[in-house]
Design a protein around this ligand. Sequence first.
Ligand code: PAZ
Length: 313
Amino acid sequence: MASNWEEFYSSQPKPAGLEDSERLLNNFCIKHFAGDTKVVLVTSGGTTVPLEHNTVRFVDNFSAGTRGSVSAEFFLKQGYAVIFMYRLKSLQPFSRHFTGQKFLDMLELTETKDKTSITVTSKNISKIAEVVQGYKAALKDGKLLELSFTTIAEYLWLLRSACQALAFLKESCILYLAAAVSDFYIPADEMSVHKISSSKPQTISFQLVPKILAPLVSLWVPNAFVVSFKLETDKDLLIAKARDALDKYKHKLVIANMLQNRKQQVTLVTQKSSCVINLTEEQLESGEEIEKYIVENVVENHKSFIANCKKGI
Ligand code: PAZ
């Protein structure tokens, strides 16, 4: 009998353009393997659950893609090549510094009778220069590959293709699964083709999305360093749920966070230990980002993991 994840892939059509993404993924992994550069796959943002094939309405979640996009920048700083798999229109590394009003506030407008000029305000120049340098360096070295998804099905197809491309890198790759992935979906053959009529109330039934960490860890990338994230809103459940995930899927690390204070505190949970990272109010006010410390910690754990693999432990 097919498992529920196999059923998912056989019932949800392959997204258009997947072959192109697979080509990019394979080339990226081969190039960085040849250059002896470690690779991390960062997933980021939420997924939508369409209610109609010709989608007018969908179910979505809160994720802005902050965790993923900030972490991707810190992995690049640590020398990793980054596959950034993100929800279309969520935050991306580097460009995230210039979204919305933040960007306009960095500019100064000078108007005279015959000339209008726009410049960066002096207090923002060094910050922008640092971001642009990071971006240009990542481009020049070909160290950042960005691939987008929107729906839960697109996410799961792309994730499997990314794993297939990464598998041969074995312990030298990290999967850092920060995306907030829907737990429910409507199977393609149960979904309305056209916009659901509003002439009467509707009851919509959702199926459970397969727990993709199971095949990912045991079959697709069995030698990789897999890091998953666990989000809860009830603090009494958080660490127990993170431990359950480790027991069930046997991967290396769960990063547990609460919706309410996820930018200030996370707990890194392994089979043997747990470690809290907490930013002080002063650190937050000065613009420090918790992802810097998360990524440093993950990179240290990854180094020990590689060393143990080499020793055959
Ligand atoms: O994208 P964001 O920065 O707004 O939120 C990040 C996050 C809370 C989605 C991430 O840290 C996380 O916990 N992802 C996994 C969610 C889950 O499926 O439990």
